[in-house]
Design a protein around this ligand. Sequence first.
Ligand SMILES: [Zn+2]
Length: 762
Amino acid sequence: MAEFLDLEAQDGVRMPWNVFPGTKQETTHCVVPVSAIYTVLKPFANMPVLPYPPLRCRTCRSILNPFCIVDYLVKIWICPFCFQRNHFPPHYASISEDNLPAELFAQYTTIEYETSTDKSTVPPVFLFVVDTCIIEEELGYLKTALSQAIDLLPDKSLVGFITFGTYVHVHELGSGLIPKTYVFRGSKEISKDQILEQMNFFAKRPKPSAGVIAGVRDGLSAESIRRFLLPASDCEFALNSVLEELQKDPWPVPADQRATRCTSTALSVAASLLGACVPGSGARIMTFIGGPSTEGAAAIVSKSLSEPIRSHKDLDKDSAPYYIKAVKFYEGLSKQLVNQGHVLDLFACALDQVGVAELKVAVERTGGLVVLAESFGHSVFKDSLKRIFQSSDYDLSLSFNGIFEVSCSKDIRVQGVLGPCASLEKKGPLCSETVVGQGNTSAWKMCGLDKATTLCLVFEIVKKETPEPIGPSTSNQFYLQFLTYYQHTNGQMRLRATTLARRWVDGPGSIQELIAGFDQEAAAVVMARLVSFKMESETEFDPIRWLDRSLIRLCARFGDYQKDSPSSFSLSPRLSIFPQLMFHLRRSQFVQVFNNSPDETANFRMILNRENVANSVVMIQPSLISYSFHLGPEPVLLDVAAIAADRILLLDAYFTVVVFHGMTIAQWRNAGYQNQKEHEVFAQLLGAPRDDAELILTERFPVPRMVICDQHGSQARFLLAKLNPSTTYSSSSASLGGDVIFTDDVSFEVFLDHLQRLAVQQ
Ligand SMILES: [Zn+2]
């Protein structure tokens, strides 16, 4: 494990297979795909940022790196990807073994270049899009949160403001003393040209002829743009007065109906406004939604309250008439935003569903952030929003305008990327015919990315025959290079290059080497992203069956056993926790979707798809820590047996953090022992899990939901739902003070039994 963490600390990469299977056939036997989980902008304290452009191979365009073979005498470097010999340019003339440029240092496999010397930085744009079909109380919370956010905006950043309900209102912040808004009907689809016309962009100059409308920016004067997008420092007053006067949508809503809420029309207007004003420069549409969309091209439900919002069952049975149309609309919107280089962020705060499932495609492909909470007054929303703008150790380091590219050695192809990005449709010999996620390309757009953004690249090994025996002339190395061009938070354009070398193995003895290079946590995370993707994209896909079959095949291939003897079965420590991770993945929110709404599932999956391995593992298998008088905080098994009357448990399920007091502890607390001097130790015991929970909340985005509860209390379900049902109503071993879970789930012991029995039969 430790060496995999070291590799991650150097390059931000974790791979299920750190030794590659050498042939296509061998890869199939490995079950878990050859893949890489890459935290694109992981911060590294000692990473050099070079003030000059990189040297590129003249054939394949990959970048000079520590794995290149260099001939110092004739000043030539050999590209490890295509074996092209490249001459060093004159300014590298002094290069020698003792005088290496930083990009050739063995430890700098990840390095950054400042790609342009242009110091003029384009300020980021924040366009707020705010739902007004919400009750006064919610509107009050939202106004407070927004006005705090506006205070925290960087002074130079440009700000715009749109509100929507029955109609869309575009606020002209630069209109001086008289507040001015442009109103669009919510039920009507509006083209970019119509919007521009209505907003009078061309009022002072002849309208460009139809032929050049694509380059419409040329028709816009800086003043036109400044009417809608103003530097934060110049429009604070205007923004605050718009906020103060913000009213609930005035149109009457009959008692048996939902409000007329035209979310998609508002987003379309927002996208077109940004497309007209700031195409190609970093901008985010920050959307605040308090209820379901019922009007416009992407309504998710009708206005009649007698019709319920689609559930997973409806989606499964294909009986969600609005869903497909809405998703199609947002696919179109995501294409527009990706073209423009703009991000869509979503803050959905309602007890009801609002359409996160439909919006997912646009948020994820543009690298947007998503926060789902019950109310605009909830800390999950308020603290998360603050975190976006606050600069501290825990800020997100929002970056813009990323392009991600991959180079690989010749026998590797890219099937695609699972994660927050969009294919740039750069087809070539590198692309596999099998497509996973955003595929058929070797370049991806990342409109929004930050220091947490983590992609999962899925590869294919194409070599069909056994590779030639390893001799002096051939090498058994595979190389990968990840290049990320992006606009750093300081405004400058940068290029990060990560170059990796991995060995391939084949033939007898290769199994032991493959096992030695197996990172089971990374493997579980790849399987989690893959199963989520398949559940969304393949009809009739049975996730449990697929996961079980994969696990059985993996164990049959890499386990130690005598055929047909389950008791002889064992796994190397490299694989030993993998079955447990798969057991929890089967029970997780990613697979057991029927316990949640489609909006919640979409939210969970978007966050899984952008997080690193350590965080994703917590989402799959929550961590449980026990606090008691006898023993300090200690990790315990995620099992119902962990519950005891005199213990406090801290469950970190990533999206929810639960502090659970055993019965006796709760009684003492209710009696106020913690306030008595002689029970100081109890006060400390009571405080420790709370402090540890607070620490988790400070570091995580979105801020998780915190639940504090007692044994047998109604909120205890947040803990119980995550525990292994080792003690169920059918077994008689309910220990004293423990709990019994009523469930039809199989326990881990039963699961493992089945696994061993089936693996040895393969
Ligand atoms: Zn090359």
